[in-house]
Write a protein that binds this ligand. Sequence first.
Ligand SMILES: NC(=O)c1ccc[n+]([C@@H]2O[C@H](COP(=O)([O-])OP(=O)(O)OC[C@H]3O[C@@H](n4cnc5c(N)ncnc54)[C@H](OP(=O)(O)O)[C@@H]3O)[C@@H](O)[C@H]2O)c1
Length: 349
Amino acid sequence: MADRGRRWTVLVTGASTGLGLALARRLIHTRHRLILTARASSLARFADAGVSDDGEHVHLRALDVTSAAQRHDVIEEAEARWGGVDALINNAGVMYRAVLEHVDDAERLAQMDINCLAPLDLIRLVLPGMRARRAGRIINVSSVSGMMAMPTMAAYSASKFALEGATEALYYEVRPWNIKVSLVQPGFIHSESYRNVRLTDASSRSLDDVDEAYHAHYEHMQPFVERLMDASRSTPDRVARTIVRTLQRRRPPLRVPATLDAWVFAALRRLLPRSIYHWVLYRNLPAIRTWGLPPGDREPARPAASPAGAVEVGAGEAEPELATAAPLGLEVERSGAATAAGPPPGPRR
Ligand SMILES: NC(=O)c1ccc[n+]([C@@H]2O[C@H](COP(=O)([O-])OP(=O)(O)OC[C@H]3O[C@@H](n4cnc5c(N)ncnc54)[C@H](OP(=O)(O)O)[C@@H]3O)[C@@H](O)[C@H]2O)c1
C-alpha cells in the first residue's frame, strides 16, 4: 500500500460474495492482514470459496453493517489485536428497485442505512486510530448511480449520492492527517448481483399488476438493466483490481470510475449541458413513450436475456435503448450467440 514498509490491516465489508469476494481473493495475495467481514448467515460462503481464517493473515468476522454494536465490536477488536484498521473498504451494499412513490419509511431507511449511514459510522469509528497514526485509507464503493440517477432506482441513487457527498467532505477533512479517501464507482458489472436486487412491497405489487400505474416502468427497466449487466465486459475481478490499485496509489484520486460505462457517464456529465444530458438519457429509456399509458397501448418489454443467457437482438432491429448501450461501450450480442447458462430469475421480493 502507500506505506510500503508496514503491514497494513485492511477491513472489507460484504466480503463473502460478489465484488467483496473478488476483492478478498486479490487482497489475499498481498502481504497485508485482512479482516474479511460478512453477515453471520453468510460466513459459510467463505469456506465454499476456499477462503479460510488462518488466525494471522486472514481473519473472518461476522459483521452486519446495520448493527451499531457489531460495528463497534469489530473495530475495537481490530484495535486490541492488530493496533487498528489501516484501510477500510466499505463495499457492502444493496439495491432496492422501486420508483420513489413505492418506497416506504422502513425501506428507505434500510437502503440508506446499509449503503450510507453504516459506512459513515464505520469511518467515524476508525478515524481516531488513523489520526493517531497519521495514516490511513478509506475506500467507499459507490456506483454510477452516485453520479446519475435512473428511474426505479430512486432510493438506491439517493444512498449513493449521499455517500458521495459525505465522502467528498471527508476527503478534505482528514487530509491533514495523511488519510486518503476515495470513491470507487463501478457501472454495470457482469455478475449475478441482479439476483440480489430487492423489491419493495409496493414495487413488487406493481410488477405483478399490469393495470398498476408504474407497471411499465418496472416491466421495461428490469430487463433493460439486466441486459446491460449481462453485456458488460467488466467483471467483479476487474473492479476488484481497480480497488486494489487505488489502495496502492500514493496519491489516490477522490473519484475512480471503475468500468467503461462509468468513465463514459462521468465524461458525459462533464461535457454535456445538464439539460441535454437528461434529455438524451430520457429519450433512451426503453419504450419510454408508452410508460403511463393504459395497458393496451403499451409496448411489451423485451426479456432480460435469451434462455442461453445471451442478450438477443434480431438482425436489423433498431432498438432505441441500444443507443444507450453503444456509447457505454457495452456489447450486445446478436441472435444465436450464447454466453452463459439460464435466464435470470429476477429480483428478490
Ligand atoms: N453489481 C453491480 O453492477 C454494481 C454496480 C455499481 C456498484 N455496485 C456496488 O458494489 C458493492 C458490492 O455489490 P455487489 O455487486 O458485489 O453486490 P452483491 O453481490 O449483491 O453483494 C453485496 C454484498 O453486500 C452484503 N450486504 C448486504 N447487506 C449487508 C449488511 N446488512 N451487512 C453486511 N453486509 C451486507 C451482502 O452480503 P449478504 O450476501 O449476506 O447479503 C453481499 O456480500 C455495493 O456497494 C454495490 O452498490 C455494484
